[in-house]
Design a protein around this ligand. Structure first.
Ligand SMILES: Cc1cc2nc3c(=O)[nH]c(=O)nc-3n(C[C@H](O)[C@H](O)[C@H](O)COP(=O)(O)OP(=O)(O)OC[C@H]3O[C@@H](n4cnc5c(N)ncnc54)[C@H](O)[C@@H]3O)c2cc1C
Length: 453
């Protein structure tokens, strides 16, 4: 960010977002052409923040904007609900800036969540752990005391890592240091941590422990998890942003296929064969497709290699009305139910308990032994495997962000995989490219974000 950019952003808000290198700024109010590639929350938020300040073309490969923020309509027993098949939860402690955007600026309606957990082994009657909840007598849970104590110790460890901002300790390091019975570690603790990250036990051990537990511990206030959902799904947040576009041209079904540098401008080619000249290009894409584009630019080897250091794991989400992935006894049902099955450990979210609406289930189902009978929707995703090296690669991208007008946005650029980090990445770009952004001004003074490096 230029000195002018920093002082303008600070004067506007009282808070400077992000650290952007000095070579990156545009240095003034000149209207420029910006091509944003990727229409997930990072790309849509970047376009929204630059709106009115620059001429922005937003290229999205899919038939709609949203990326992982995608909501599907479901009808069950005469009731309709919008269900988030991808990202879903946010709240004031884990997602302070995103929460402010959604509730105070866009006024998108939200619904509270009841978040409790049951962990059980496939095919067995008695769960490994059932967490406390408003409707559960505490005496019924005494049998789960060792597991509950292990969770408390895990959360203490996570709080300590958050306080020290330590990404280097892995899940295996943290769990091995715990004062917990070996069998409980293997049967319960490792699968529990892995499942909240969409990982297998083997993959889960490699995670940075801070990253693996961040979205479990940050919203935990007085033993209550402060999370909400958007009532009509996170797709409604994307629509609210896109509905306000004035100088942004969103083009769907228009994936970027080529990028070239010609004199002092970029030429971005899309899948329809159109060529978009740009002064700045924002790659609001997961690292793999971003690397494929970066590699087309001259002398881009090191940057493309940095993109290649971000590892991802496949995930499949199914929305269904068949309770087959729930614990055998309904008394043990929680809103978040984890089945362990060898190296696999996948969760199933029960909407009826989570938010008191339709009887649908959202389940991770890459490794399940059987398909649910009443399948309503399914989608394939990729979750990041956030190792200590993933965090180092983030630092490298942050340092090079904006070099020669080439920017990186997305949840992989800062912190852990969340709407908050994707939005934070957009804000750092806007602080440099559009310090006078009127949409940025609507956010006012920003709360401190856990996504900040
Ligand atoms: C199942 C699941 C549950 C999750 N739950 C939560 C949650 O509860 N809370 C939370 O905060 N986060 C959650 N996340 C994480 C969250 O979804 C992501 O952090 C965030 O949505 C990523 O946004 P993004 O814009 O960086 O990337 P994406 O959403 O991946 O967007 C990238 C976009 O780029 C497009 N694209 C790809 N290639 C090209 C190309 N060549 N040209 C143009 N466009 C292209 C893609 O189609 C996509 O639309 C979840 C993720 C998943 C998968």
């Amino acid at each position: 960010m230029t000195a002018a950019g920093i002082s303008a952003a600070t004067a506007l808000t009282g808070v400077t977002v992000g650290t952007v290198p000095a070579h990156a700024g545009v240095g003034g109010p000149t209207r420029q052409r910006v091509v944003v590639i990727g229409g997930g929350i990072a790309g849509v938020a970047t376009a929204w923040l630059l709106d009115g300040q620059h001429d922005v073309t937003l290229l999205e490969a899919a038939p709609s904007l949203g990326g992982h923020a995608i909501s599907v309509p479901v009808d069950v027993d005469g009731h309709r609900a919008m269900v988030d098949i991808g990202a879903q939860f946010f709240g004031p402690y884990s997602h302070p800036i995103y929460n402010k955007l959604v509730t105070s600026v866009l006024h998108v309606p939200t619904v509270p969540n009841t978040l409790d957990n049951t962990v059980f082994q496939y095919g067995t009657q008695t769960p490994l752990m059932v967490s406390p909840s408003v409707d559960r007598p505490i005496t019924d849970l005494l049998q789960y005391l060792p597991a509950l104590q292990a969770v408390a110790e895990l959360m203490d460890g996570a709080r300590d890592l958050e306080a020290r901002r330590d990404w280097k300790v892995t899940v295996a390091d943290l769990v091995e240091s715990m004062n917990v019975d070996e069998k409980l570690k293997q049967d319960f603790v490792y699968p529990y941590v892995a499942s909240v990250n969409g990982a297998t036990v083997t993959q889960g051990k490699e995670f940075s422990a801070r990253a693996a537990l961040a979205l479990a511990v940050r919203p935990l206030v007085d033993d209550r998890t402060e999370y909400v959902n958007a009532r009509d799904g996170l797709g409604s947040v994307i629509s609210a942003l896109a509905d306000e576009f004035t100088s942004v041209s969103p083009l769907i079904n228009s994936g970027a296929t080529g990028i070239a540098r010609h004199n002092s401008q970029y030429l971005v080619t899309d899948s329809q064969g159109r060529v978009h000249p740009a002064d700045h290009v924002v790659l609001a894409l997961p690292p793999e497709p971003a690397a494929a584009l970066v590699a087309q630019l001259p002398q881009s080897g090191p940057l493309a290699r940095t993109c290649g250091r971000f590892r991802y794991m496949p995930a499949r989400i199914v929305i269904h009305s068949d309770p087959m992935y729930m614990p055998q006894s309904t008394a043990d049902w929680s809103s978040f139910n984890i089945t362990t099955d060898g190296d696999f450990c996948e969760a199933s979210i029960a909407y009826s308990r989570l938010r008191g609406d339709v009887a649908v289930y959202k389940s991770w189902a890459l490794h399940r032994r059987q398909e649910p009978k009443q399948l309503l929707a399914s989608m394939d995703f990729r979750h990041p495997l956030i190792t200590p090296d993933f965090i180092l690669a983030q630092g490298e991208l942050q340092r090079r962000n904006g070099e020669d007008g080439l920017w990186f946005a997305g949840s992989h650029v800062f912190d852990v995989d969340s709407q908050e980090s994707a939005l934070y990445s957009a804000l750092t770009i806007a602080a440099s490219l559009a310090p006078e952004s009127t949409n940025r001004a609507r956010l006012g003074t920003l709360p401190t974000s856990p996504a900040a490096p």
